[in-house]
Design a protein around this ligand. Structure first.
Ligand code: NAD
Length: 443
């Protein structure tokens, strides 16, 4: 049986193995999912809700193990890993209740009713950067809605997903939730199988491929894709607060976050002070192993992604950017905190998602120029504006699914991308209902 080995991103030491689901095995997986789904969907919404809550209660006994696995498999510091786990486990009952509430049959007066029916088999395909939370965000609403679920976790973090699913399956009926390990080939086989929906979180490139494959069966889609989030810092901004946000958001999760700040446009009237303070703060960050005390930036998840970040930095250097902190020459597996200014639209740092601990700054003279550059991206996940009066008007012009003023974007309400950052979303009643088929009964 082919196996997938999980590696420590710090030293590439093997951490454990899981069996790969090869494409030839997929039809049998889906057959089991279909059978299980019949009985699962025959339960009432209340019964499913109770079972799901009981299943998540089991996770409390493995919270530490899950957090440790997140740290080991992707190098995230333990405090953040623990936060990801407790957030997932402790909020599950609340969200399960919220989902069940959203799926209750609604009366249309004397004309009939609207029902939220299960779709059937849902594939959840997830990334490595929040290996527990990202799978959970899509799996939970899919299950409560009465679907059976096949999860294809990232090949970078299979052990987290394995423990998560195995623990939930101590309570859930057999085959309502299955796991299919492997790389993109397993993901493709799952998308092409006889399923009803793909709920995906990951890169734009994979999202496009999935969308094309899903077209033949008109499979339902939720696509939560990458970002290249801009931050506009107006002359009226509280500079210290803007600096705090710029650095924290560029470096959060080692910059490996879909809504991390990727591009900063700062008014040239305050740019000198802004840059000096950004560098002073960024110097206090230190990359290294997650279990060391003074470290707050972890390893880049794999050599390919490390090379991608370096190639963007090298490109910026060749095209004339100035490195205020760091350089484009780091050894595996770390990228030390890096601050670059003088970014221009022809640079890869501006054009593409970086996914590394890099603060990338451009100066502007006219606000309209900053807004134009912020919006000149195929991505449209989050966007942030720091400023006083006038910040509202700037925010209104941002082309993004989640826009925020003087704070980080997202986290309240649904998690939603615009343009090529998303298609469908999760969270709130509108999001929960995307894992169901709306059926109207006229009486
Ligand atoms: P990725 O697209 O390489 O992989 C994601 C998952 O898709 C993995 O399980 C992978 O095996 C699978 N996959 C890859 N190609 C596939 C294909 N053609 N068909 C089917 N499955 C396929 O992404 P990643 O490197 O794991 O994660 C990082 C990306 O995820 C970044 O772009 C980040 O912005 C994005 N992301 C977005 C959100 C959001 O909420 N919008 C959240 C987290 C991460």
């Amino acid at each position: 049986m082919p196996i997938l080995t999980s590696y420590d991103p710090i030293n590439r030491a093997p951490l454990g193995d899981v069996p790969i689901t090869v494409p030839a095995q997929m039809p049998a997986v889906i057959l089991r999912a279909k059978k299980a789904q019949k009985a699962w969907s025959a339960l009432s919404l209340d019964e499913r809700q109770q079972k799901v809550v009981q299943a998540y209660e089991r996770l409390t006994s493995v919270e530490d193990q899950l957090a440790l696995l997140i740290s080991k498999e992707m190098g995230k510091d333990y405090r953040r890993a623990d936060y990801e786990v407790t957030g997932t486990v402790q909020n599950a009952a609340y969200f399960t209740q919220e989902i069940a509430q959203a799926l209750k049959t609604e009366s249309m007066g004397h004309n009939g009713e609207m029902q939220y029916r299960p779709l059937g088999v849902v594939a959840v395909i997830s990334p490595w950067n929040y290996p527990l939370a990202m799978a959970n965000n899509l799996l939970l609403p899919a299950l409560v809605a009465g679907n059976s679920v096949v999860v294809k976790p990232s090949e970078e973090t299979p052990l987290v997903a394995e423990l998560f699913v195995k623990t939930l399956n101590q309570v859930l009926p057999e085959n309502v939730l299955q796991i299919a390990h492997g790389d993109a080939d397993t993901g493709k086989a799952l998308v092409n199988a006889d399923i009803n929906m793909v709920a995906f979180t990951g890169s734009l490139a994979a999202g496009k491929d999935i969308m094309a494959s899903a077209a033949s069966g008109l499979k339902r889609l939720v696509m939560e894709l990458g970002g290249n989030d801009p931050l506009i810092v107006m002359a009226s901004a509280n500079i210290d607060e803007a600096v705090q946000f710029a650095v924290a958001s560029s470096f959060e999760n080692t910059g490996q976050m879909c809504t991390s700040t990727e591009r900063i446009y700062v008014d040239e009237r305050i740019a000198d002070e802004f840059e000096q303070k950004v560098v002073a703060l960024a110097r206090r960050y230190q990359a290294g192993p997650w279990d060391q005390h003074n470290v707050n930036i972890g390893p880049i998840v794999n050599p390919k992604q490390h090379a991608k970040v370096l190639s963007q930095l090298e490109d910026a250097q060749i095209k004339g950017a100035t490195f205020l902190l760091g350089n484009p020459h780091y050894d595996l597996p770390y990228i030390q905190p890096t601050v670059v200014t003088g970014i221009t639209p022809d640079m890869l740092l501006e054009q593409d998602e970086t996914f590394g601990p890099v603060v990338a700054i451009s100066r502007f003279t006219e606000l309209s120029e900053a807004i134009e550059r912020a919006n000149a991206s195929p991505y449209g996940l989050g966007a942030v504006v720091f400023g006083g009066a006038g910040a509202n008007a700037v925010a209104e012009q941002m082309e993004a699914g989640m826009v925020a003023i003087n704070q980080g974007a997202g986290g309240l309400g649904p998690w939603v991308g615009a343009k090529q950052s998303g298609f469908g979303f999760h969270g709130t009643a509108a999001g929960h209902r995307q894992f169901s088929q709306l059926r109207i009964i006229n009486k």
